[in-house]
Design a protein around this ligand. Structure first.
Ligand SMILES: Cc1cc2nc3c(=O)[nH]c(=O)nc-3n(C[C@H](O)[C@H](O)[C@H](O)COP(=O)(O)O)c2cc1C
Length: 188
């Protein structure tokens, strides 16, 4: 089912759990997709109900909206063990996990190491929109911003502002980014 994904490469997808949708980086290992989740709603959801859908999108703004819990124009469907976003492709399946201690320069926390095993496909299609370098910068900016929010590590702010300059240079213009930059400027 995962044949089109390269082993070992990180892909950014949407993880749909019992009560939440969040972007997550997954790596294919054989017939499974592995990921790492820090504490939050998706983490709590999987502890209680280890089923999920993993779906793909080429709409970077949609990924970022879910990361920042901003409104997103999607419909969520539900059937048996699973919920999923209508219209975009992916898989539904079960999640095996273990919890580990995570230590970095900011201290110690818990991390959920998940293994998603697809049990079936979710039909859908993606809009025929080409890859944009502005979106690559947006993706990086948003990852750094969510790290800044959880860690309070202000050294990330200058990196985000650098990425923002490149984002603008490639024609990027989105209210999602306006929000990120507003928050970053308040934080520094
Ligand atoms: C592109 C992208 C990829 C992300 N990947 C991960 C990830 O693999 N693991 C993780 O814990 N958070 C990841 N995040 C951050 C979460 O989206 C963010 O912290 C979110 O609020 C998770 O909390 P929640 O489960 O309470 O919604 C990512 C953010 C972005 C923008």
């Amino acid at each position: 089912m995962l044949d089109d994904l390269q082993e070992g490469k990180v892909y950014e997808v949407l993880l749909v759990t019992a009560s939440n949708v969040t972007p997550v980086g997954v790596v294919r290992r054989g017939d499974a997709l592995e990921f790492k989740l820090f504490p939050g709603r998706s983490f709590e959801d999987l502890l209680k109900w280890p089923f999920a859908s993993i779906q793909m999108t080429n709409d970077v703004e949609l990924l970022v909206r879910f990361a920042l819990n901003m409104s997103a124009n999607v419909n969520i469907a539900k059937d048996g063990n699973h919920r999923w976003i209508e219209g975009i492709p992916g898989w539904h399946g079960s999640v095996e996990y273990k919890l580990e201690k995570w230590r970095d320069k900011l201290g110690e926390s818990e991390v959920l190491l998940g293994r998603f095993i697809p049990r079936g496909t979710i039909p859908g299609s993606l809009k025929p929109v080409p890859v944009s370098r502005a979106d690559c910068y947006l993706l990086e900016m948003a990852v750094h911003f969510t790290r800044l929010l959880v860690s309070g590590d202000h050294s990330l702010a200058s990196r985000i502002l650098e990425l923002y300059r490149e984002y603008r240079r490639f024609g990027g213009d989105s209210e999602v980014v306006d929000y990120i930059i507003e928050q970053v400027k308040k934080a520094v």
